[in-house]
Design a protein around this ligand. Structure first.
Ligand code: NAD
Length: 381
């Protein structure tokens, strides 16, 4: 019985190995990344999502139309509404992203996406996980800033491999053991490392912290670190430092040294954990956007979820649009519209500092629409 179980586990491991080698082959063949700066027209898809998604997106669309008025008038940017990425439609079609919605998404270059609900239990895959896979969004990028404390961090989390790519495909010999698999590929690590070092170069950063547990995970993290250093050699003006995830987790709450870090480059699981720690240090859900970037597509979103309870309690209109607007800043910067990105970022920073209109997420605060009006008024000053 045990021998049979071992043989079956070995056979399934063999199949995984063959599949993962094929995946690296696909990555190696990938065409060069889109060069947004030289594109005649950029299609920006706008996806509402669930819960408070349609409310914060309605306001984000008004603000984007305002900040992009000239670019839209010249025909350089087209704002495209994409309907149907709702829980009801996903359940009805039995797909995390229904086919017609995916086709509409793929007809765009970049997306601003409202949060989508993932039902607990059942078999419905998260729309975000499906989106990362379908659009090959391999870099999860999160900026975290606390200007008063000298903190200006940008995290580059590998988004498609590590513990996640085979997360539901481990082997188990009941009563004996369970094993999961972690995958680091050369092609997958090269592309995330290049994204981090390119960002550092283009934004005048002096150092990149490569964060792993390579002393223990010798093959996967050891390879991740070695490949990152290979890429770092092409960026001699930037210092590449190795750190272990355990001490880096402590460093982020060490006020004596944390402001010296600039760009972080991490495998998937460590990135998942440490970006939540960093968001908490920054002050929670309203304060940052998040980007999922690939070579052909990029998707920008708020870091919070669809807040279904706000809708049930009838206070959806009091949702805070700041996080989705911070995501819009990242989108504008990503497509090369840095002037527009700076204008919107400055307006958001001014509104956050002045607090003349303040959203609490409840009836005692301003509405989502009132906050968007305040941002647009500040933009146009
Ligand atoms: P959540 O972020 O939706 O809510 C956490 C808390 O923050 C709640 O109290 C909520 O009311 C509050 N909140 C969230 N956004 C707010 C806003 N803009 N303004 C004011 N208050 C806000 O997290 P959750 O409850 O764990 O998740 C709800 C659903 O969202 C789940 O189905 C989850 O899977 C999904 N989700 C989606 C994404 C995404 O699409 N990127 C991310 C996280 C969670």
């Amino acid at each position: 019985m045990l021998t049979e179980q071992i043989e079956s586990a070995v056979a399934s491991f063999r199949a995984l190995l063959v599949e993962q080698i094929a995946r690296t082959g696909e990555m190696e063949k990938a065409p060069p990344a889109k060069d947004y700066k030289n594109m005649e027209k950029i299609r920006v898809g706008l996806v509402d999502g669930d819960g408070i998604g349609p409310i914060i997106m309605r306001e984000a669309k008004r603000v984007l139309a305002c900040v992009l008025a000239d670019q839209v008038a010249f025909g350089r940017v087209e704002l495209v509404d994409i309907a149907g990425l709702t829980l009801e439609n996903r359940i009805e079609k039995g797909k995390a992203i229904p086919d017609d919605v995916l086709a509409a998404i793929k007809s765009c270059d970049v997306l601003l996406k409202g949060p989508t609900t993932t039902p607990k239990g059942g078999t419905m895959e998260s729309a975000n996980v499906a989106m990362r896979r379908e659009l090959d969004l391999y870099a999860n990028v999160r900026p975290v800033a606390l200007p008063g404390q000298g903190i200006d961090w940008t995290f580059f989390r590998e988004n498609t491999e590590g513990e996640y790519v085979l997360g539901s495909r481990g082997v188990e010999i009941p009563g004996k053991l369970a094993m999961d698999f972690k995958v680091t590929t050369v092609a997958g690590t090269r592309r995330i490392a290049r994204a981090a070092f390119e960002y550092a170069r283009n934004n005048g950063k002096k150092s990149v912290a490569i964060v792993t547990k390579a002393n223990i995970m010798k093959k996967t993290d050891g390879s991740f670190s070695a490949i990152c250093h290979e890429i770092a050699a092409e960026y001699p003006e930037i210092t590449a430092e190795d750190w272990y995830i355990d001490i880096m987790t402590a460093n982020l709450v060490n006020e004596k040294i944390r402001s010296r870090f600039e760009v972080f480059l991490l495998p998937n699981l460590y990135g998942d954990i440490i970006t939540d720690e960093a968001a908490q240090i920054q002050g929670g859900v309203g304060t940052a956007g998040s980007a999922n970037i690939g070579d052909r597509y990029a998707m920008f979103e708020a870091i919070h979820g669809s807040a279904p309870r706000m809708i049930e309690e009838g206070i959806g209109e009091y949702a805070n649009p700041e996080s989705i607007l911070r995501a819009a800043v990242m989108l504008l910067s990503h497509i090369g519209l840095q002037e527009e990105a700076d204008r919107l970022k400055n307006a958001l920073d001014t509104c956050a500092a002045e607090r003349r209109v303040f959203v609490t997420g409840d009836r005692d605060g301003a509405t989502c629409a009132a906050y968007a009006d305040y941002v647009m008024e500040t933009l146009n000053k």
